[in-house]
Structure formats: C-alpha cells, structure tokens
Design a protein around this ligand. Structure first.
Ligand code: VGL
Ligand code: ZN
Length: 240
C-alpha cells in the first residue's frame, strides 16, 4: 500500500506547481517600458567590503542589479561625491564620532566616516557593475556644507540636483530604485521621487541597509506611508 503521507506530498506539489506562476507569486509581472527608469544608487567602493563606510553584504546587490538592468531601456546611476572635509564627516566635528548626530542649519545630520571623496578610488563606481547602457551618472553631496542622500534634493530640502527635471524631460513616469544604502540614499531618493510625482518601486533584494539605530525599519515604514511599492527583482520581467 502506498504511504498516505507520500500521496499527500505528491498532491501538494502538483497543486503548488499549477498555482505558483500565477496565483501565488505573480512572478515577473512588472514589465519596465520606455517610461521607466532604473536608478542605481551609490554602488561605490566606499560602501562595499573594504570601504570606509562598508554596507553589510553590499557586494551582493551587484549581480542582482546587473541582471535587472538588462530589462530597462533607461538606467541612471548616482555617485555620492563629497568634498574633502565635508560637513557630513565626523572628522570635521570636534569630539564627535561616526554615527553620532549634529545639528546643522538644515536639521539633524548623521555623521559618517570620511567617504566618497571626489576623485578618490573609494568614490569610484564598483568595477563589477556591468551596465554599459546607463545613460546618466548624477553626482550628489558635492556642496561642502550640505549633505545629499537623495538623488533629487539636497538635505537643505530645496537645492535640486536636476534629476527630476531630466526624468520629466525624458517623459519618465516610473522610477525603480536599487543600490546602497536602503535606509539612507535609497529611501530618501524613493521618497523624493514620490514627492516629484513619480510612481516608485524599491527593489528590496537589490538593496542593502546600514541600519543605524532602527533606521532600516523606519525607512521601510516611511516609504510604505508615502506609497512606495516594495518589490523583489524576480517581480520584474526579464527584458524590456
Ligand atoms: C549614504 C551615508 C552617507 C548612502 C551616503 O549612500 O546611503 N549613506 N552617505
Ligand atoms: Zn555620503
């Protein structure tokens, strides 16, 4: 006699296999079109293993982003691009250590180890990125007294990087965000993209976070509230 558990297991597998592609996972259901852009945020040596502000597992986003980028006709990358002695560096605030905060004219600023200094190897994009069709690299955080996590707006809340204007001029409607770090530059970029009127998706497995004092959970909560859609790279169809 056949083992009852075996029969149930076999039935279960068949039922799952039948349902899985559509009902359960809705795999690869999002197709980027010419009105979509993939924003690849700050995949730079400083944020990768061995870098001065290394994000845990940061290198794991690279193959995911490379694969996903093939599905996009529009890809824009960003580079955190600070002056030496930038106001966001703990080293310029006496008595302050990295990950502490300071009050600046535009609000509270988290302090970081020196990172992504203009023209240094640490500021270079990862050599493992393979996205030759990326059409624009936008640099941010280049004003010495103002930080810029967001690819759209500096931390003073008013100085534009020009990215929203560029995307609108290119008739882009949907912005997909990936890269480093989920809770800082990715989240601030996604939130500002919503404010600028775009439909916004953050691709969770194509991002990694810093998670300083609950910042990762807070970032996801803020993004959900703002109508940012949280997706996985497998939700995106393989080609444009
Ligand atoms: C970033 C902290 C400082 C980021 C940049 O790319 O998320 N985080 N500068
Ligand atoms: Zn920075």
């Amino acid at each position: 006699m056949l083992d009852r558990r075996y029969i149930l297991a076999a039935l279960g597998t068949t039922a799952l296999a039948t349902l899985a592609p559509t009902a359960l996972f809705a795999a690869a259901s999002i197709k980027p079109d010419d009105a979509s852009v993939l924003l690849v945020i700050d995949v730079q040596n400083c944020f990768l293993p061995g870098g001065s502000l290394a994000v845990k597992e940061g290198e794991q986003v690279v193959p995911v982003i490379n694969k996903m980028a093939k599905a996009f006709s529009n890809v824009v990358m960003t580079q955190d691009w600070h002056t030496p002695g930038h106001v966001s560096f703990a080293s310029v605030h006496s008595g302050k250590k990295p990950f502490e905060t300071v009050d600046l004219p535009y609000g509270k600023q988290v302090l970081w180890p020196d990172h992504c200094v203009q023209g240094t190897d640490g500021a270079a994009l990862s050599k493992d990125l393979a996205i030759p069709h990326a059409e624009l690299i936008i640099r941010k955080g280049f004003h010495k007294d103002v930080d810029s996590y967001s690819a759209f707006l500096e931390a003073d809340g008013k100085t534009s990087t020009g990215l929203a204007g560029y995307l609108k001029a290119r008739k882009i409607k949907r912005v997909f965000v990936a890269g480093l770090a989920t809770d800082f530059c990715v989240a601030w970029t996604a939130l500002d993209a919503r404010k600028a009127g775009f439909e916004v998706y953050v691709v969770e497995d194509a991002c990694r976070g810093i998670d300083n004092q609950g910042s990762l959970a807070k970032a996801w909560a803020d993004m959900a509230k703002a109508g940012v859609k949280r997706i996985q790279s497998a939700d995106i169809a393989a080609s444009a």
